[in-house]
Design a protein around this ligand. Structure first.
Ligand SMILES: [Mg+2]
Length: 99
C-alpha cells in the first residue's frame, strides 16, 4: 500500500469520526428501526451518487462527492451501533469484537 493510499484511509477515518461527532452534537444518539436506517442511508447514498455524477459530467470538484461518502460511512456507523446495540446480546457483541 502506498503512502498516499494510507494517507487517504487515515483522512477518511478522521473525517468519519468528525462527522459522527457533528451528528451526535446536532441530534444526539439516534434510535430508528432498521428500515428507517435504510431510508436515511439511502438518502445519503443518493447524495453521494449525485456528487460523483456531477463531478464526472461537469468535471467538477470531487470534494462534494467525498464529503457525501463520509456521510454514508457515518450513517452506517450510527445504524450499526443502534441496531447492534438493540438487537445483539451484550455477550455476542463482545465475542464479535474478539474475532
Ligand atoms: Mg449528505
Amino acid at each position: 500500500m502506498s503512502d498516499q493510499h494510507q494517507y487517504a484511509i487515515d483522512l477518511f477515518r478522521a473525517r468519519v469520526k468528525k462527522e459522527r461527532a457533528r451528528q451526535l452534537a446536532k441530534w444526539g444518539p439516534q434510535t430508528h428501526t432498521p428500515l428507517e436506517w435504510l431510508a436515511i442511508l439511502g438518502e445519503e447514498y443518493g447524495e453521494a451518487c449525485q456528487g460523483v455524477v456531477n463531478t464526472w459530467t461537469q468535471r467538477g470538484d470531487i470534494s462534494k462527492a467525498l464529503e457525501e461518502l463520509v456521510e454514508v460511512a457515518a450513517v452506517c456507523e450510527a445504524a450499526f451501533a443502534d441496531i447492534a446495540g438493540a438487537m445483539m446480546p451484550p455477550d455476542a457483541a463482545l465475542a464479535e469484537e474478539k474475532k
